[in-house]
Design a protein around this ligand. Structure first.
Ligand SMILES: C[S@@+](CC[C@H](N)C(=O)[O-])C[C@H]1O[C@@H](n2cnc3c(N)ncnc32)[C@H](O)[C@@H]1O
Length: 218
């Protein structure tokens, strides 16, 4: 199986934390407050698994999926080190091979959708939406969509530094920031909440909480 992170996977979590002055790990965990013990959670493109371990601590039944064996090696080490209370199911596979339609109370895609091209990202977001139970949550943590004015310039610089590095060292595609709230809506969810993570008064990251629309009554 292709491992797009074999070269840089080892430093991914550390560098993201330092680069964002701690905002990225906070962003990844922001919407876990909506979990209840026993909820089924899917973390897509889990990487080193910050939110997966935290969701387990909160009593969730966690499934974590990633294509990269390098990322999963670091995630498994973290599980051993931090010993979260519940078992975490670790799946080494393409997210499209997860076909558990409507099975999850919360599907989390943190800094995952940003690796895909414009066409592919819609397919991935829509697929993730199918995995959420009606009434369940779809959570996306990401770089914010640049706003007009000087803040937008800083937001663009922040994004283009990151994507320039990762598109030249991983399989991530070089592209502008996608409209993540639009993708969540396109996946059949309404937006319930957005939490912003700022540095020096500029929002750089956001965690978007979508709720899957219940199936229409017949
Ligand atoms: C940018 S990293 C983010 C990792 C983690 N979510 C985080 O926030 O630190 C994207 C992750 O998605 C994984 N990935 C990319 N395409 C995938 C796919 N089709 N199925 C499953 N995982 C995938 C990569 O291996 C990588 O670990």
């Amino acid at each position: 199986m292709k491992d797009g992170y074999w070269l840089v996977g080892f430093q991914y979590e550390f560098t993201g934390t330092v680069y964002s002055l701690g905002r990225i790990p906070r962003c990844k965990k922001a919407m876990l407050k909506h979990l209840r013990p026993g909820d089924r959670v899917l973390v897509a493109g889990v990487g080193h698994g910050t939110e997966a371990v935290e969701a387990s601590r909160l009593g969730a039944d966690v499934t974590a999926v990633d294509l990269s064996e390098t990322m999963l090696k670091h995630f498994r080490r973290r599980i051993e080190r931090e010993n979260p209370p519940g078992p975490i199911r670790v799946v080494h596979d393409d997210i499209f091979n997860v076909q558990e339609t409507g099975q999850y109370d919360m599907v989390i895609a943190n800094f995952f959708l940003n690796v895909f091209s414009e066409t592919r990202v819609r397919e991935v977001a829509n697929h993730l939406g199918t995995l959420v139970k009606p009434g369940g949550y779809f959570v996306v943590g990401e770089f914010v969509l640049p706003e007009p004015g000087w803040r937008g310039i800083i937001q663009k610089i922040n994004w283009y530094i990151a994507i320039s590095i990762y598109s030249s060292t991983t399989e991530a595609v070089f592209h502008p920031v996608w409209d993540y709230p639009g993708l969540v809506k396109g996946a059949g969810c309404e937006i319930l909440d957005i939490e912003y993570f700022t540095i020096g008064g500029v929002s750089l990251y956001w965690s978007i909480l979508g709720r899957k629309n219940p199936a229409p009554a017949v």
